[in-house]
Design a protein around this ligand. Structure first.
Ligand SMILES: [Zn+2]
Length: 251
């Protein structure tokens, strides 16, 4: 039996049981094990990790662990300069595009409401989600850690919160999307692009109450659904404004 000393930093602790959070702990193993497999066996997906130090030297995921190694595991650093160390996470994808798992349909709608390209179908299986992510260079948002442990996955994020509004804020903060929101640019139902529509063209398609209170309308170029700034939208907009001004860091 061999032994290593492990310490996980920052939000990586979200994946660990209470007694292993934010402390150095001993882990026992036998045989030949890569550091990636050891970390994932403890429940932390590789997509969450940016840096691994073994005895103070940065290593890759394929590093084979030795008896008595001291291993520190870090998520992405926001401010610390680690440019000369070996980063394990690929650079963030340039334009934020997402594919979300079957449990996150409401999050997908909220992200679309804020203008983000977000693919979701409640019939997708994990393989389809991974395939779409790779082919279309989309980041996977998921509540299912097993997807992120798949070797093929390059960009993915495990959503911590359970409530859709909190999830939305979590994702906006995590991917720094504050300055990129573009409300009323995307259809909540089908993710296609919205265009402005004149009130007189759709007057017979909207409820009477809406006719009286709203003058700005949008139409989906694909499914033709009509949109206006209703109460649902206003609630979300208030939250987003608070994030943008720094008033709200998280919920
Ligand atoms: Zn549509």
């Amino acid at each position: 039996m061999k032994k290593v000393h492990l310490r996980f930093y920052e939000e990586l602790n979200d994946f660990l049981p209470e007694e292993k959070k934010k402390v150095r702990f001993e882990h026992f193993f036998t045989g030949r094990v890569s550091v990636k497999d050891m970390i994932e066996s403890l429940g932390v997906p590789h997509t969450e990790i940016d840096l691994i130090l073994v005895n103070e030297t940065s290593v890759g995921f394929d590093y084979i662990v030795n008896d008595n190694d001291i291993i520190s595991i870090y998520p992405e650093f926001e401010s610390l300069d680690i440019s000369n160390l070996q980063h394990l996470r690929s650079k963030p994808l340039r334009s934020p595009k997402f594919v979300v798992d079957v449990h996150l349909g409401k999050l997908a709608r909220y992200l679309r409401m804020l203008g983000f390209d977000c693919i979701y179908k409640n019939a997708y299986n994990n393989f389809e989600i991974i395939d779409i992510s790779l082919k279309e260079k989309r980041t996977i948002l998921t509540k299912d850690r097993s997807i992120l442990k798949n070797k093929m996955v390059t960009h993915g994020y495990w959503v911590r919160n359970d409530k859709p509004e909190r999830q939305t804020i979590e994702v906006i903060n995590r991917f720094d999307l504050k300055k990129l929101t573009k409300e009323f640019s995307r259809c909540l139902d089908c993710n296609n692009v919205l265009i402005e529509e004149k009130k007189e063209n759709i007057i017979d398609k909207i409820p009477p109450k809406v006719k009286n209170y709203h003058n700005e309308f949008y139409r989906c170029i694909s499914c033709k659904k009509i949109y206006w700034r209703g109460s649902h939208y206003e609630r979300m907009q208030k939250l987003v404004d608070k994030i943008k001004t720094g008033e709200l860091k998280s919920l």
